[in-house]
Write a protein that binds this ligand. Structure first.
Ligand SMILES: [Mn+2]
Length: 315
């Protein structure tokens, strides 16, 4: 069986867990940057690998199918089917995939298994031994899945969080090494990379909020999140100047372990005409300003409101 995993901490670890559960060799795991992630369109590149057609089974793990263009995925699957007719299994937890699945099964003969959360998926992929289940937890923390909190003892969270930071780092730094550490259930090996997880150069704590400056390139949201966790803050704000546009960016996040309104809900309460553009993501939002003073003023307002929100919900 060929096991194709998403190129992120959750995908890599889940693919390795599934390989072990199915008694597959490490060489049958395929996770390649720009092929399986970030976009499903890259899947089409699979077709050019001749060895793809020698597998009797192919499992796709943690790879979201774009519900707006599921045909991009089914076209590829159909071509593989036509040539070597392998059994295809899709294992995923993304909501868009569950929307796309009715279309996919009408078009191609596949089996699928969908889960409601990242942790459900990775636990299902894991064989029922402690080491495997612990890696499944670490995997789901890479996806910031709050359901994790229901299946672990709170005093272990710090350890698992460090392992998942290490896994996040290793996936980007050396995917082969990440795969071998996961395949061997080597949490200590993953954790040894946790310190490489970046922190902002400047962190200021104001109540339940940290305000971060001097953010590391490429890792800005992750660095803000680490600062929040280290200072036990509920919300994090990052301010930096975008090198390309010269505009001031304000990034906001809520920590995945805390129960509180999301930045999106909070910002809906603010009327701030100077804000130029909003970028929405799942739990974080970025704002863009032409002038630094405006950005700073906006941050002050946010800090106030976030502190009220963090205090209003007791966990
Ligand atoms: Mn995932």
């Amino acid at each position: 069986m060929l096991i194709i995993g998403h190129y992120d901490g959750h995908g890599v670890a889940s693919a390795c867990l599934f390989a072990r559960k199915c008694r597959q060799k490490i060489g049958n795991i395929f996770i390649k940057y720009r092929v399986t992630g970030p976009s499903i369109g890259e899947i089409s590149k699979l077709l050019k690998y001749r060895w793809i057609y020698s597998y009797r089974k192919i499992a796709f793990i943690d790879i979201a199918i774009d519900a707006n263009a599921p045909e991009r995925f089914t076209t590829v699957l159909r071509l593989i089917k036509q040539r070597s007719n392998p059994q295809i299994l899709i294992i995923d937890h993304h909501r868009c995939t569950s929307f796309a699945i009715p279309y996919v099964i009408r078009e191609v003969d596949i089996a699928y298994r969908l889960f409601g959360s990242a942790v459900e998926l990775s636990l299902w992929c894991a064989e029922p031994i402690r080491a495997a289940r612990e890696l499944a937890i670490v995997a789901a923390i890479c996806d910031r899945d709050p359901e994790v909190l229901n299946v672990i003892k709170r005093d272990r969270l710090q350890f698992y969080q460090e392992c998942s930071w290490g896994l996040d780092i290793l996936v980007r730094k050396d995917i082969k090494h990440a795969i071998s550490a996961c395949y061997n259930y080597d949490l200590e090996e993953l954790r040894s990379y946790a310190d490489e997880f970046p922190l902002p150069g400047e962190i200021e704590k104001i109540g339940d909020v940290v305000v971060c400056r001097k953010l590391p390139y490429c890792y800005s949201s992750k660095a803000i999140e680490r600062a929040c966790l280290m200072h036990n803050a509920t919300y994090g704000i990052g301010i930096y100047r975008d090198v390309r546009s010269g505009k001031w960016i304000v990034k906001t996040i809520k920590v995945w372990t805390k129960q509180a309104p999301t930045p999106r809900q909070i910002v809906a309460e603010i009327v701030f005409p100077e804000v130029e553009r909003l970028e929405y993501a799942v739990e974080n939002i970025s704002f863009q300003f032409l002038k630094e003073e405006k950005a700073e003023k906006f941050v002050q307002r946010l800090v106030k409101l976030m502190n009220i929100c963090a205090g209003s919900v007791s966990v």
